[in-house]
Design a protein around this ligand. Sequence first.
Ligand code: 2P0
Length: 325
Amino acid sequence: MTHGTSQENITVQASPNLALIKYWGKSDVEKNLPATPSIGITLKNLTTTTTVARSEKDSVVVNDIPVDIERFTPFFDSLREYFDSKDCFSCYSRNNFPTSAGLASSSSGFAALAFGAGKLLDPGVSLDIISGLARIGSASAARAVFGGFVSFPSHAEHADKIHEEHFWPELRIVVVEISKTAKTISSRGAMERARLTSPFYREWCLDSEKIFPKALSALANKDLESLGPFIRSSYLKMFATMFSSEPPILYWKPESLVAIRCCEEMRLKSIGAWETMDAGAQVKIFCLEKDVSKITQVIKEALPHVGILISEPGPGPKEILQKTV
Ligand code: 2P0
């Protein structure tokens, strides 16, 4: 069946999805299926705005810079195959936060793109289908297709929404912007290197399966003191696969470790500050609203030159009104 609308373009706003429990490694490289189960939160205030238009050929521009279309070809090909379409698309995308710097810009980027192109081809398309298409571009984007709290089981084709964005109103995320510089090795390259060379990779996958249901249960209870140790365990074990890769992968900067130590010290003083990191130097701290000002003060004293953003669970992608490209 051929789907389709006469609408020529659409502008979408999407936000990155930050993992509490990390996806790191693929069980199927070609289909981009995750080897580990993950849980993430779609973040408010950080946004990618993408205009998708039907075009003569596929092209993507991010923050005014044309990007290599090869990275997008599997996504566009899967999109056309699913919708039985011959359409090509030009995409113009802009982030209001640092790109490719460990703030999950590929999750919001592919979520916005899949949502926009999917809706152009079939306005009634389901979010599960959009999530599966976004996954081809970037597996974390499968989570960013949903707002609030999202899970993505290992080997699954799409992510699942688990709780609405207002499920845990007190939860906050303090984003410590250690560096705005783009990473020197992509997440994709890094996780593949870890899969192929880290002696700890297999254990990492097995351990992730063990903590996933426990973290889901702590989250369902809105219990940060129980959830926190799983958050910490997931990111540190993920980095253990990077440190033990050949050659090793080191995204951390000295300031990242300073922020981690601050969290450790705050927890000793009964302030629930549970940090995580991704493929970059930034540190993100999960906490409750009542502790945000104290945590911000401690980080600012230790690291006066870093930027700090306060976020919370936010909505999934939505169409917005904007001029055409
Ligand atoms: C995550 N990250 O769960 C993990 C934690 C970074 C660390 O997903 O190869 O851009 O495009 O599927 O999704 C970043 O990797 O990788 C990521 P691909 P992606 O959020």
